[in-house]
Design a protein around this ligand. Structure first.
Ligand code: CTP
Length: 425
């Protein structure tokens, strides 16, 4: 990753994760970037500005207004910085800062720089799990994404509060790599500062982009389900939930309101996505029916088709004989949604097959009253469960057949949404 010659404003805000900003500055400088640190007053309570300034080899800025003795013109510094930077990165970004940015507030040097910036802006939120999951924070994240801000999903793990959940700032090396990838990526909002100037030197208006799925509700199911046999054992499968989470993330990037029904997986909630955790197929059915009126439903969950008929409260003890299990059928969640489908709704299912894929997939497409089914093969090494990549054959109720070539699941998710498109008006 090279950031050679890139000019970055690094905003640090008041989270316990601010201590990681020191290593982040080091990594960004090592990658060739010129880093101008800007800290909020709260950040300075967690990490001394002297540490950050020494590593960045630049004075830390914080005050919006010049102090007594400074040049009276120094108050335009935020505008200069906004023009100077090729990118603004805020890591860690607190819930408070996200709220201010989403609302367009500019009561500190950092928030004023963001409002003045003509370059792309990235935020890496870090906070307690419940603060991250709060509807207000999630609403602010969606707003920022709709404004074109790149949001790095917080990692899952142990938090300073002692709780375990989503909210950790990713490790500095990973964040620095992400910054490199982001600034290297071409995109409508990724021009350099000078390219963003209009012909008369005035700033061009930022594109209003609610996204192609703006105003729509997308429901995604993801991950496996678990069906208890006894308090310590269950029936399940090898789904990691990656494909469904990438679809949810891609739909949120396109401006949709996304509800993600997640089986037991070890993945962070994508930014701007409302997540509901479920365990069993029955749980999933209940949660899905509560959102059955979604405009688009994409069922990527690997739902257990059978559950032990009698789960015991106490751990099963082994005997000398073989054990015969009686299994009961679980509800077919997608078929239940298909039965209730309303006009203008789009239903998309997945079919993971080992043999006669297209025949089985077409059968499911018709039986579950779907618009599209995404066929993937459990026989291919780079597709299906537990891989970072996938390959899909998309089959439609109207007879269309579209191949999505092997690629990272993030790209496959984007391609799937391109194929399915928004529901017909
Ligand atoms: N599905 C579901 N509820 C179930 C089973 C499947 O919602 N109980 C959904 C899956 O999320 C997927 C589609 O239905 O989108 C097809 O799942 P799959 O397991 O391939 O098909 P089944 O209908 O279970 O058929 P089989 O296991 O016999 O292949």
């Amino acid at each position: 990753m090279s950031l050679e010659g890139k000019k970055l404003v690094l905003g640090v805000t008041g989270s316990i994760a601010a201590y990681k900003a020191a290593e982040l500055v080091r990594q960004l400088v090592k990658a060739g970037a010129e880093v101008q640190p800007v800290m909020t007053a709260a950040a300075a309570r967690f990490i001394p500005p002297l540490t950050i300034a020494t590593l960045a080899k630049r004075e830390v800025l914080g005050e919006l207004f010049p102090r007594a003795g400074d040049a009276q013109t120094a108050w335009t510094k935020h505008v200069e910085l906004g023009l100077w930077a090729d990118g603004v990165v805020i890591a860690p970004a607190t819930a408070q800062t996200l709220a201010k940015l989403a609302g367009g507030f500019c009561d500190s040097m950092l928030t004023a720089v963001v409002l003045s910036a003509r370059c792309p802006v990235m935020v890496a939120p870090a906070m307690d799990h419940d603060m991250w999951g709060h509807p207000a924070t999630q609403r602010n994240v969606r707003q920022l994404q709709a404004d074109g801000v790149e949001v790095v999903a917080p990692a899952h793990g142990e938090l300073a509060s002692g709780l375990v959940g989503d909210g950790r700032l990713p490790e500095p090396a990973a964040l620095a790599a992400r910054v490199g990838e982001w600034l290297g990526r071409p995109g409508p909002d990724q021009g350099s500062a000078s390219e963003a100037l209009g012909p008369d030197g005035a700033p061009e208006a930022r594109a209003e982009s609610p996204g192609p799925l703006g105003g729509l509700h997308v429901l995604v199911t993801a991950g496996p389900t678990r069906e208890a046999l006894d308090p310590v054992r269950f029936l399940s499968n090898g789904s990691t939930g990656t494909m469904g989470f990438e679809i949810a993330a891609a739909a949120a990037r396109r401006g949709a309101r996304v509800t993600l029904l997640a089986g037991p997986v070890a993945l962070a909630t994508p930014p701007g996505v409302d997540r509901v955790d479920v365990v069993t197929a029955d749980d999933l059915l209940g949660a899905a029916l509560a959102h059955a009126d979604a405009d688009v439903v994409i069922a990527a969950a690997a739902v257990s088709d059978y559950a032990p008929a009698h789960a015991t409260d106490r751990k099963l003890k082994k005997g000398d004989d073989d054990l015969v299990l009686r299994l009961r059928r679980t509800p077919d969640v997608l078929a239940a949604l298909g039965e209730r489908r309303r006009d203008g709704q789009t239903l998309v299912g997945f079919a993971l097959e080992t043999h006669d894929g297209e025949d089985h997939a077409r059968g499911k497409l018709a039986r579950k009253r779907l618009d599209w089914i995404a066929l993937n093969s459990a026989a291919e090494p780079d597709a299906g469960f537990g891989t970072g990549t996938n390959r899909l054959t998309m089959l439609s109720a109207e007879g269309a057949r579209v191949e999505i070539p092997l690629g990272p699941k993030r790209d496959v998710a984007e391609a799937l949404l391109d194929v399915v498109g928004p529901p017909a008006a």
